[in-house]
Design a protein around this ligand. Structure first.
Ligand code: NAP
Length: 487
């Protein structure tokens, strides 16, 4: 571990690696990437559950500067995304700056030395600039179900899949019906004895338009990269139109709602079950899911959907509010993450000695999702209010990375040792965001989603076109910040 680096990046997922590649390309080689896992990849390293696939099309889900010509499917599968990120590390020569199995345990701003003091599982170091890139969906959440501690069977979260454990012939409980659960169920249902899916809120599900990419198309992309670029641009453009429905007028999502209802009607014949599977909130309020095999899976003879609330675990049985006890061998938690309470925020201490979590008090806030008042020389990737319901987060990350590069240049230009966003600039940005979010389907659609934080405020979603975000961060305005020279 070096004693001091110019820039310390935390996390080796899309954000951290993209940042490292751009620093390397700009000749800023004095950086380190700290990664707590044993490999790069971030969410695509952690999530290895069967069926794990991204719901953003392959041609859009890559760095713009590193296209991949040989995706096997129109929607990328987890092993290929992970391989892609590993290839990027090699291709851009940043591997020697990545420290694996190295978890950041605390980072505190040292006002006197004007640098960050980092403690890691691998020793301490200091850095002039800190770039946390922890990902939004990295901290698994297990619901606090009474009796769970004494469950004698196997249990694991979807993001910590137990590959040693064979589910064949077992009675399996799958908790949750989000983006993860609907991918897992079709893969495990054929081999288990019984699959009980515990649904709290039914999701809106559209048919999945996935298909294999032909060898001819792959050859075409390789020979004529511009064709893939055109496809990427077309996918990007089409997806941006969805913002109209999410942000401007949720009524514009009616067509999607109809398609989802037709699929449900066509695939689920039992009217009572269909009723249970019909969402009672506007489409788009929660993430819209893609699957053509979810309904056939949960209506298979060895599967059931349980909608009664889970009350407790008793021995090897899950007991629901109606008093039914279902004996199970394994419980799989597809119960999501804690995006509005990121653990890293409890590990970052700002200029006043308080943690970012204390500053946020349950409602994450930043300026352009990147800089946080009270935390000098810190730029966060995939920070508050940058999540999308319609397009690729890689686009947002690249926009942010460009902004951070501009910030570093501005610091160099005026020999600044300390840069901190002005609190009133950050407040104005967040007031504007909240005003815009107030009319979106996420806030008005009548659902309770993980976009809303403990205070009921949306601190997750980006309420605009993604190109507007890129335009907004294409320049670093020093007027938004307090820049203090080294002297
Ligand atoms: P999620 O969307 O937060 O879904 C969690 C599920 O668990 C929900 O159905 C939730 O019900 C349920 N749940 C939570 N606590 C429960 C409890 N105590 N009892 C019963 N059910 C409970 O998590 P996720 O499915 O892992 O997905 C998270 C995000 O990751 C997605 O929204 C997406 O952004 C991303 N993701 C993307 C893909 C993809 O690209 N295809 C795949 C996986 C994940 P409620 O709805 O009632 O809260």
């Amino acid at each position: 571990m070096p004693e001091h680096v110019d820039i310390a990046i935390v996390g080796a997922g899309f954000g951290g690696l993209g940042m490292a590649i751009k620093l390397e390309g700009a000749g800023r080689r004095d950086f380190v990437v700290l990664e707590r896992d044993s490999d790069v990849g971030g969410t695509w390293f952690a999530n290895t559950y069967p069926g794990c696939q991204c719901d953003v099309p392959s041609n859009l889900y890559s760095f713009s500067f590193a296209p991949k010509h040989d995706w096997t499917h129109a929607y990328p599968e987890q092993p290929q995304i992970l391989d892609y990120l590993r290839e990027c590390v090699t291709r851009f020569g940043i591997g020697d700056r990545i420290r694996l199995n190295c978890e950041l345990t605390e980072a505190a701003w040292d006002e006197e030395a004007r640098r960050w003091r980092l403690e890691t599982s691998d020793g301490g170091l200091t850095a002039r600039v800190l770039i946390p890139a922890p990902g939004l969906l990295s901290e698994p959440v297990l619901p606090p179900i009474p009796g769970l501690d004494e469950f004698p069977g196997t249990l694991f979260h979807s993001a910590r899949w137990n590959h040693e454990h064979d589910l064949a012939g077992e009675r399996v409980a799958l908790l949750g019906t989000g983006a993860t659960a609907i991918q897992i169920a079709p893969r495990i249902q054929p081999k288990v004895e019984r699959l009980s899916v515990f649904q709290r809120t039914p999701p809106w599900i559209l048919p999945h338009p996935d298909r294999e990419v032909s060898e001819r198309t792959k050859r075409l992309y390789r020979a004529l990269p511009v064709v893939q670029k055109i496809s990427r641009a077309a996918i990007y453009g089409m997806r941006e139109t969805m913002v109209l429905g999410f942000v401007i007028n949720p009524k514009m999502l009616k067509l999607q709602e109809t398609v989802a209802k037709v699929q449900l009607r066509y695939q689920v014949k039992d009217p009572q079950l269909r009723e249970k599977l019909t969402p009672g909130y506007a489409i788009g309020c929660k993430r819209v899911l893609l699957s053509s095999d979810w309904y056939p899976t949960i209506t298979a003879p060895n599967a059931e959907v349980v909608t009664d609330r889970i009350e407790r675990v008793e021995g090897n049985a899950i007991v629901t509010a109606d008093g039914t006890a279902r004996e199970v061998d394994t419980i799989i938690f597809a119960t999501g993450f804690s995006p509005t309470d990121p653990p890293i925020a409890r590990r970052l201490r700002g200029a006043d000695g308080r943690t970012m979590s204390e500053h946020w008090n349950g409602s994450p806030q930043a300026y352009v999702g990147t800089a946080v008042a009270g935390f000098p020389n810190l730029f966060m990737l995939y920070g508050p209010n940058l999540n999308l319901g319609h397009s690729s987060i890689v686009y947002m990350l690249e926009s942010q990375i460009g902004y951070v590069m501009e910030a570093l240049r501005a610091m160099d230009a005026c020999d600044a040792a300390r840069v901190e966003v002005k609190p009133d600039v950050q407040d104005a940005w967040n007031d504007q965001l909240q005003e815009r979010l107030a009319g979106t389907v996420w806030d008005t659609g009548g659902c309770k989603s993980w976009y809303l934080d403990a205070n009921g405020r949306d601190s997750v979603m980006w309420p605009d076109f993604t190109f507007n975000y890129r335009r907004r961060v294409s320049d670093f305005d020093p007027g938004d910040y307090r820049l203090e020279p080294a002297a």
